[in-house]
Design a protein around this ligand. Structure first.
Ligand SMILES: [Zn+2]
Length: 709
């Protein structure tokens, strides 16, 4: 099963800003390393030279330069041509793009109070900057003039698609509104930007503040000695000497719940996790949620849509709320039925142990592991020695990519990094030419956003002559010094997943930056990454990387078979927690301004009930008050996208299997027809060209055990 992971796409404004068009460094930026393109290979950021204080002046100058460039385009006396308008916009904003991608990525992966403050200051300014471009009437008039005669311009397919895309971007940004309504929209966009930043920062701070503190080693029985030592060290670092601190991850479920033997501690851990953002303290997100939901609903109304979800979905492959509601609604009942059956299995174990209690959310993972151990005769922890990080990355993730696409990797230590744990690899194409630079930032840190994601520092574009610099970010707990990093099965899947996004970025072979790599609809972007998860358990790949970290012995065949057999186990839980979050995300964004409730938790409870996913032992994967996908911007009204993408993913996995699996010819076809094409064509056309037909849903239902059998 694929785990929802966050993907950060670089260009936050939608306009693609170029990276390499060199403007003379302004005097204001003397000595600022962001002023010009980095001279390191592929314009890799000079992390050793970039200081926090460089960002604000570079942002200011970057916005100033781009507005000047846009002004020249909009006021050109010559009639609009594709080159003097659309291509010129593609080339504009080089400095701003550089600042924005570098800052955005560092703030997500390695933040501090200064960067958080810059983020808060810049969010509304960047929203206003985007509006100054998209709501410029002279500029829109030129785009529209070209759009209206697009069939007679003799453009190649990618260029024509770019023109259409620009027109859509302008219209959706409000270019057709009256002058008065444009001012209203600008004000709303500023409010939304500020609130989203507040929400994101509250989530991280509340997650850190909510870490569970226990008094004794015994209470953490079930965790390994190394994990308990790490908890002691974490407590000490927070001034709680002698105690133990269990850090939280951003999902409702917490990894230690699977192993903690003490039921009271499990219950406390679950409770602090579920209460995040609604504790009434400094980082309470309830009012922030209400304000975001209201502002987005008002924006949608202003733009002529029934609600924000309708506005958001129109630009996705799903297209409308009806299609999304139908998919989620149809799956909810069978998923919850499966979860109830699983709960009965767990209860049977509790009863056999004479536990004398009813399964609650905090017990689920622990008893699931017990049932899994009984049914498949293995314990998840038996796998970990075979999933050592270097083996997984080099002999697993990279190996699969070499087999499929012929690409190879070479680690380099000469480029600067923002944290000593970050690793850098040159990526070479089958012909030996360098294709990209890959950055692997695998370990959890308290100043790093939760979850896992991919982002790009530099996007590929033949127009700009750039190749990709992409990064993967995971949150694998760092072991004490001298201990190996052993991954869980889920973490292994996540490593393959994020690398699927990285491939989408690195294989990009497009002209325009607007279409580079992962610049595709949000409900399509998770598709290539989910497909890449299949190689994690592909026998030939597994045999190459799943080796005992001490002895080098291969993972025993029967353990391997059990891993594969157990893949369908716990699907009821996983589908239900995901659907509950997806449905919440839709509910919050299918409201008109007048329908915004006053009580966040009551609305959440009622929504789960209405949709039949109010099964307490399986809480939503994210509750409203820490649901960053939904309220920080990236996946608002779009969390369903993982499942939507999974339909394409499951169908594609079938294709690979039909064609013999891990073979160059299969990889090359997928790369040529899909991974290299970015957003240059309608997403479903790309799929059709790859698969030879439209997608079917049966493989997804089969995979998730939702066929009703
Ligand atoms: Zn993803």
């Amino acid at each position: 099963m694929s785990r929802p992971q966050m993907l950060v796409v670089a260009a936050a404004l939608g306009l693609a800003f170029s990276q390499t068009v060199l403007a003379a460094p302004a005097a204001a930026l003397a000595g600022n390393p962001l002023a010009t393109a980095s001279t390191l290979p592929f314009h890799y950021p000079a992390f050793d030279k970039i200081k926090d204080e460089h960002f604000l002046p570079a942002y200011a100058e970057g916005m100033r330069q781009q507005l000047k460039e846009i002004d020249v385009i909009a006021n050109n006396k010559k009639p609009a041509t594709f080159d003097n308008t659309i291509v010129a916009m593609e080339k504009s904003g080089a400095l701003l793009t550089r600042v924005q991608t570098t800052f955005g990525n560092l703030q997500g992966a390695n933040t501090n109070d200064k960067l958080d403050a810059i983020d808060s200051e810049m969010s509304p300014k960047l929203a206003a900057h985007g509006d100054a471009i998209y709501l410029n009437p002279k500029l829109y008039a030129r785009v529209k003039a070209l759009y209206d005669k697009r069939d007679s311009l003799k453009l190649d397919a990618e260029s024509k698609h770019l023109l259409e895309r620009y027109h859509t971007d302008f219209v959706r940004a409000g270019a057709k509104l009256s002058a008065a309504d444009k001012e209203k929209l600008k004000a709303i966009n500023g409010v939304i930007a500020t609130l989203q930043t507040t929400f994101t920062q509250n989530v991280l701070k509340e997650t850190n503040a909510s870490a569970l503190v226990v008094d004794t080693r015994e209470e953490l029985a079930g965790m390994s000695d190394a994990e308990i030592d790490a908890a002691a060290a974490a407590a000490k670092a927070k001034g709680k000497d002698g105690k133990f601190l269990v850090a939280l991850v951003n999902t409702s479920g917490q990894p230690p719940l699977a192993v903690l033997k003490n039921r009271a501690v499990r219950s406390r851990l679950m409770a602090v996790s579920l209460a995040r953002g609604a504790n009434g303290g400094e980082f309470d997100n309830r009012q922030v949620v209400l304000k975001i939901a209201k502002a987005r609903a008002e924006k949608a109304t202003l733009l002529g849509y029934e609600n924000y979800a309708a506005y958001s979905l129109e630009d996705q492959t799903a297209h409308d709320t009806g299609a999304v509601n139908k998919l989620l609604g149809e799956l909810a009942k069978p998923a919850v039925n499966n979860a109830r059956k699983e709960a009965a299995d767990l209860q049977a174990v509790v009863d056999a142990d004479k536990g004398g209690f009813k399964i609650e959310a905090g017990d689920w993972a622990y008893y699931t592991d017990k049932v899994r151990a009984q049914r498949f005769a293995f314990d998840e922890n038996q796998l970990k020695p075979y999933f050592e990080l270097d083996n997984v990355l080099i002999n697993g993730v990279f190996y699969a990519a070499t087999k499929l696409y012929g690409i190879t990797f070479k680690e380099r230590k000469d480029l600067p990094v923002y944290n000593p744990d970050v690793r850098v690899f040159d990526v070479f194409d089958a012909d030996g030419k360098q294709l990209a630079i890959f950055i692997a930032d695998m370990y959890a840190r308290s100043n790093k956003q939760g979850g896992a994601w991919m982002n790009e520092y530099i996007s590929q574009s033949t127009l700009l002559g750039t190749k990709s610099v992409v990064a993967n970010h995971l949150n694998i707990p760092k072991p004490p010094a001298g201990e190996p990093t052993l991954l869980t099965y889920d973490e292994v899947k996540t490593a393959f997943h994020e690398f699927g996004h990285a491939l989408h970025g690195m294989f990009s072979n497009v002209k325009y930056p607007r279409f580079s790599g992962t610049s595709v609809p949000r409900d399509f972007v998770e598709y290539p990454s989910q497909v890449n998860e299949m190689w994690a358990v592909w026998p030939e790949v597994l045999a190459n990387y799943a080796k005992h970290y001490k002895t080098g012995a291969p993972m025993p065949k029967e353990l391997l078979d059990k891993v594969i057999a157990s893949k369908k186990f716990n699907q009821g839980f996983m589908t239900t927690e995901y659907l509950a979050a997806s449905l919440l995300d839709q509910r919050w964004h299918q409201l008109t301004p007048a329908q915004i409730p006053t009580d966040v938790l009551a609305f959440e409870a009622q929504s789960l009930k209405d949709m039949g996913v109010d099964f307490a032992p399986v809480p939503p994967r994210y509750r409203t008050t820490y649901f960053s996908h939904s309220f920080s911007g990236g996946y608002s009204a779009g969390y369903y996208a993982y499942l939507w993408s999974e339909k394409l993913d499951a169908d594609t996995v079938e294709w690979f299997k039909e064609k013999g699996g891990l073979k160059r010819e299969n990889g090359d076809w997928f790369r040529a027809k899909l991974l290299s094409r970015g957003g240059t064509d309608d997403a479903m056309n790309l799929f059709h060209n790859f698969r030879g037909r439209d997608p079917v849903i049966e493989p997804l239902l089969e995979r998730r055990g939702l066929t009703g059998k």
